[in-house]
Design a protein around this ligand. Structure first.
Ligand code: HCB
Length: 215
């Protein structure tokens, strides 16, 4: 019975049916399935399948967005249950993300942030037009070990380099990995500025973040 419900949750994520995901999540709770089992054995496997299908070219951006929406809404349903059991979701890692100063493009950055949190990361999204100092302050406050820098303009991509320099000057470079992305960004650029990784899209960013977290 509970295995059946968990499989239905996975399928509803893959099929992009957020209402159904929330509904079956409620049914699973009512049937006594532990919230952590719903996350680990229902929701996350669904996100993994969606990520794989996106990488294989079988799914596209709208599939990712709807799947992440289902995951987020189910998580909102589960959070009070987790709190009442004094449980916390084991995070895959803590990440600070934002679009660099001078740049107001937010769609890709927000999608990356959503996919990361849907895949178990604790994500602190600073929004757009974010000065280097704000990244530094948030990394210190949260203890984040990864920072994601988004830049969509050839005029602002140089801010990624500046932020790496500011992290260095702040003594944080050794403890925080830098991943960069955005339309004009390439692996070559990432190497040139000394970033730890480059991701072409949101699924790539999830894989990269997992890799940067290490074993
Ligand atoms: Co904008 N804009 N824009 N724009 N804009 C671009 C980026 C141009 C390429 C369009 C063009 O000329 N062909 C161009 C930049 C040219 C250049 O620098 N070489 C451009 C320009 C020039 C401008 C303005 C300067 C225009 C003006 O005012 N004269 C101005 C900039 C203002 C500013 O930032 N200071 C501007 C404004 C706008 C808006 C406001 C109209 C709007 C943004 C709305 C918003 O975000 N709320 C906008 C948009 C939508 C675009 C295009 C059309 C789409 C960008 C987008 O959302 N793509 C874009 C054209 C294009 O990119 N093809 C155009 C979809 C997302 C999903 O992709 O690449 O952002 P993404 O993110 C991916 C990927 O890069 C990666 O994962 C994401 C998800 O798959 N990724 C990361 C992103 N960040 C990551 C971080 C990581 O750590 C890891 C991975």
């Amino acid at each position: 019975m509970s295995r059946d419900l968990l499989e239905k949750i996975t399928t509803s994520i893959v099929d992009g049916e957020p209402d159904l995901t929330v509904d079956i999540t409620g049914q699973a709770l009512a049937a006594g399935v532990e919230p952590m089992a719903i996350i680990d054995e229902g929701l996350l496997p669904g996100m993994q399948i969606v990520g794989q299908k996106f990488s294989d070219g079988e799914f596209f951006l709208p599939n990712l967005i709807v799947a992440a929406m289902g995951m987020k809404r189910a998580m909102a349903r589960l959070e009070p249950e987790l709190r009442s059991r004094h449980q916390t979701v084991k995070t895959a890692g803590t990440i600070v993300i934002g679009t660099v100063q001078g740049d107001i493009h937010e769609i890709g950055k927000t999608l990356v942030a959503t996919m990361l949190s849907a895949n178990g990361f604790d994500v602190h999204d600073l929004g757009v037009d974010v000065p280097a100092e704000q990244f530094v302050a948030k990394i210190r406050e949260t203890g984040a070990t990864i920072v994601g820098l988004s830049a969509l303009l050839t005029t602002t991509m140089t801010m990624q380099r500046s932020i790496i320099e500011v992290l260095q000057a702040a003594g944080l470079r050794d403890r925080v990995k830098v991943m960069v992305g955005g339309a004009p960004i390439s692996r070559q650029w990432a190497d040139e500025i000394g970033a730890d990784g480059y991701a072409e899209d949101a699924v790539g960013a999830v894989h990269l973040a997992a890799r940067l977290m290490g074993p």
